[in-house]
Write a protein that binds this ligand. Structure first.
Ligand code: NAD
Ligand code: WQD
Length: 338
């Protein structure tokens, strides 16, 4: 039996297949490589000494899915494939809804046809919109998303609730990630944002490496510890291990479950910058700029439910996140570009 990982060549997917292979799972990857490189898969094979059965295809293409399901014995699907840039989603809503919502519908439909009944979905803390209070619990109010990306995640969560209700023989786990950062400790795989990064961590590391001149800090007048935005950063290998725990549980599970995957601790932009400077020994010049549209002041998880039910907690701290980000950046200044 194998695990199908859609979007397995991407940032979180590649780290998760690494963890799956190390735990002796067989892995089939489906990725259209729109935002990834097959070099990531080659590196994972190199680290683990295991083979990945890779299909270069699209979750929107029924024929790709039918071929894959007929050629493999799939026990569960971990669904990472999708588009994830908030800013781009505002400019290209159709593409975002097509990939993230329609693509997931096609995948679920083909899973039903192939009688594959276990599904783990990559959701996001973005579904909480502007938090009424922190920490965020799975029962906190969701909604009020401010961009098509966030709305696409919210829509899929709703679809999954309805689907689980209609198909009680399915087991579905929704994982709401907070802010994934870091890289595998080998420095062979990591986050390759391609172009100018949108997210804080790759931006900071590219400034430290001299690729970008300075960090723009979006606002220092939030009601937070130092005025800059606070987030729950989670090491990508901790996140990968969260998927292994969810997979263990899904075989015993009935119906639909939702878990926050976060560290439970919030750090400000300035705290992140200082920690990165310490880990890298480089200075990161910055300038305070106006707030970014759609940003919230602070957001962090209550990760108790994942601890109680999945037996998962984040193991890696801020120093680990910074060390591994810098190690990846130094070894791969051009990302996966040869
Ligand atoms: P990523 O862009 O690195 O990976 C997504 C992968 O999906 C890429 O390899 C891309 O080529 C592939 N893909 C996109 N559309 C596809 C399609 N139609 N068919 C097949 N493959 C397709 O992103 P990531 O950071 O690894 O995120 C993985 C998932 O987690 C996404 O669904 C994302 O929305 C979600 N998520 C990410 C974050 C984050 O900050 N990175 C936070 C919360 C949730
Ligand atoms: C973190 C903090 C910024 C860049 C996004 C998505 C979310 C999820 C994770 C997928 C904020 C500040 C950032 C910069 C800055 N993705 N910042 N200068 O916005 O919390 O979440 O990624 O699901 O949906 O919205 O992450 O890394 O962009 O920002 O000052 O150049 O860093 O204002 O306070 P965010 P981020």
């Amino acid at each position: 039996m194998a695990i199908l990982v859609t979007g397995g060549a991407g940032y979180i997917g590649s780290h998760t297949i690494l963890a799956l292979l190390e735990q002796h799972h067989d892995v089939v990857v489906l990725d259209n490589l729109v935002n990834a490189s097959d070099i990531a898969l080659q590196r994972v094979e190199k680290i683990t000494g295991r083979n990945i059965n890779f299909y270069h295809g699209d979750i929107n293409e029924r024929s790709d899915l039918q071929k894959l399901f007929s050629q493999n014995n799939i026990s569960a699907v971990i669904h990472f494939a999708g588009l994830k840039s908030v800013g781009e989603s505002v400019k290209k809503p159709i593409e975002y809804y097509k990939n993230n919502v329609s693509g997931t519908l096609v995948l679920l439909d083909e899973m039903r046809r192939a009688q594959v009944k276990k599904f783990i979905f990559s959701s996001s803390a973005t579904v909480y919109g502007t938090p009424e209070s922190v920490p965020l619990r799975e029962t906190s109010r969701i909604g009020g998303t401010t961009n098509p990306y966030g709305t696409s995640k919210l829509m899929v969560e709703q679809i999954l609730q309805d689907f689980a209700h209609a198909q009680p023989e399915f087991a579905i786990t929704i994982l709401r990630y907070f802010n994934p950062v870091g890289a595998h400790e080998s420095g062979l795989v990591g986050e390759d944002p391609g172009g100018i990064p949108n997210n804080l961590m790759p931006y900071i590391s590219q400034v430290a490496s001299g690729k970008l001149q300075q960090l723009a800090i979006f606002g220092d007048d939030y009601p937070t510890i130092d005025g800059t935005g606070v987030r729950d950063y989670i090491h990508v290998m901790d996140l990968a291990e969260g998927h292994l725990k969810a997979l263990e549980q899904i075989h015993k599970q009935q119906g639909i479950k939702t878990y926050n995957l976060g560290s439970g601790v919030g750090y400000s932009v300035l705290q992140m910058l200082k920690a990165f400077e310490k880990a890298s020994g480089r200075s990161v010049p910055y300038k305070i700029m106006p707030r970014r549209d759609g940003d919230i002041a602070e957001c962090w998880a209550d990760a108790q439910l994942a601890k109680e039910e999945l037996g998962w907690t984040a193991q890696r701290d801020l120093d680990d996140m910074m060390r591994d980000t810098w190690n990846w950046q130094k070894k791969n200044p051009a990302g996966f570009q040869p």
